[in-house]
Design a protein around this ligand. Structure first.
Ligand SMILES: [Fe+2]
Length: 316
C-alpha cells in the first residue's frame, strides 16, 4: 500500500499522543486487507491457536459469563454471516502469522505514528494487532489493558467509555495484581457512577482512538456488526512503568509494603527494574494457567449464531 494510514494527521495529536485521549482519522477502512472477502480468507487461514470466538450472556456481560467456541468447518463467509446475525465475536490474534501482509501494514501504522509523534519509538517486535469482528450490541465489560493500546474502527459503530487511569477508577493494587498475573484485567473494580467521569466516544469507520496508558474502558457495539482493530505497543517509558508496577506489586503483596512511589528515574526506578527483572527471569512469576472450555460451534443457521457442543478443553 502506498497510501498513507494517516492522510490528515492533526498536529495537535503530536502533542497529545499518549498523554490524553485523542482521535485521529485513518484510511484502513478502505484497505483491501480489511474487506469482508479478505477477512473471510483470513478466517480460513488462521490456525486454531490464533483465534477466539466468544459469546456473553445477554444480560450479564461480565467476563465470568463469556463462553469460548470454535469455527468448525465453516467457510469464512459463513462465519461472517453468523457474526452479522448472531451474538458472538471473533478475535483474530497475530494475523501476520496467517498472512504476512498484515505484518506489513502493522509496521506502516507504527512507522507513521512515530513519524508524527516526536520522541515516540516503539519496540518493533512487540507491536501487535488483533482483529475484532463482533455482532451488533456486543459489549466489552470494564477493564484495563497493560500495554499501550489503540482502537481502530473499520466498519460499524461502537461507543467507547474511557475513564481516568488513576484511583478510584484504577487502583494501584489491582493493576499490580494484573501485571503479576494474579487477577484478570476484567476483574478491576467498577461502579455505575464511574460513568459520570468517563469520556464517551462514538467510533465511526476510519477513526482511531488512543488514550493514556492503562486507562480503564468499556465498549458497547451499536446496533450494527463491527470490524475493529486493536493495536498494542511498548516503548522504553511503558516498559519502565510496567517494571515499576511489577516491583511495587511484589513489595505490596509479598512484603506488605504500602504507600509505594512510582519513580520514573534514578535509583528507585533502577532498583525496581532489577527486582522485576530478577523475579521474572528466575521463574518466580506464576501466571494463571490458560485453559479454555470450548462449548459451542459457530452456526449461521442459529438465531444467536452458534449451537452448543460437548465441552472440551483447549490449552493456550
Ligand atoms: Fe481493551
Amino acid at each position: 500500500m502506498t497510501d498513507k494510514v494517516f492522510p490528515n494527521w492533526q498536529p495537535k495529536n503530536s502533542e497529545l499522543f499518549s498523554k490524553h485521549l485523542i482521535s485521529e482519522q485513518h484510511s484502513l477502512h478502505k484497505h483491501e486487507l480489511f474487506s469482508d472477502e479478505a477477512l473471510a480468507r483470513l478466517i480460513e487461514k488462521t490456525p486454531r491457536s490464533n483465534y477466539h470466538v466468544n459469546t456473553h450472556d445477554l444480560k450479564h456481560i461480565h467476563k465470568s459469563t463469556w463462553r469460548d467456541g470454535e469455527f468448525g468447518n465453516l467457510s469464512g463467509e459463513q462465519v461472517l454471516q453468523a457474526v452479522k446475525d448472531g451474538h458472538i465475536w471473533i478475535n483474530i490474534q497475530r494475523p501476520w502469522e496467517a498472512d504476512s501482509a498484515y505484518g506489513d501494514i502493522l509496521a506502516q501504522m507504527f512507522d507513521e505514528i512515530e513519524e508524527n509523534v516526536p520522541d515516540f519509538t516503539t519496540i518493533k517486535d512487540k507491536n501487535k494487532m488483533t482483529i475484532l469482528i463482533s455482532s451488533p450490541k456486543i459489549k466489552v465489560f470494564y477493564h484495563c489493558d497493560i500495554p499501550g493500546q489503540a482502537l481502530w474502527q473499520i466498519r460499524g459503530r461502537k461507543r467507547v467509555y474511557i475513564y481516568p487511569n488513576s484511583a478510584p477508577f484504577l487502583q494501584d493494587s489491582e493493576m499490580e495484581k494484573i501485571i503479576l498475573g494474579r487477577i484478570d484485567e476484567h476483574d478491576i473494580s467498577y461502579q455505575d457512577w464511574f460513568d459520570e467521569h468517563a469520556a464517551i466516544m462514538d467510533l465511526e469507520p476510519g477513526t482511531m482512538a488512543h488514550w493514556p496508558i492503562n486507562g480503564p474502558h468499556r465498549i458497547e457495539n451499536l446496533d450494527v456488526v463491527n470490524v475493529s482493530l486493536t493495536t498494542e505497543h511498548w516503548n522504553a517509558e511503558l516498559r519502565n512503568h510496567y517494571a515499576v508496577n511489577y516491583a511495587n506489586g511484589l513489595l505490596r503483596n509479598s512484603f506488605g509494603m504500602q504507600n509505594l512511589s512510582k519513580p520514573t528515574s534514578g535509583l528507585g526506578l533502577y532498583a525496581r527494574l532489577a527486582l522485576a527483572g530478577f523475579h521474572k527471569i528466575s521463574g518466580l512469576r506464576k501466571l494463571k494457567k490458560m485453559d479454555y472450555k470450548v462449548d459451542f460451534r459457530v452456526d449461521p443457521e442459529e438465531k444467536l449464531g452458534f449451537k452448543d457442543i460437548s465441552a472440551y478443553t483447549m490449552a493456550k
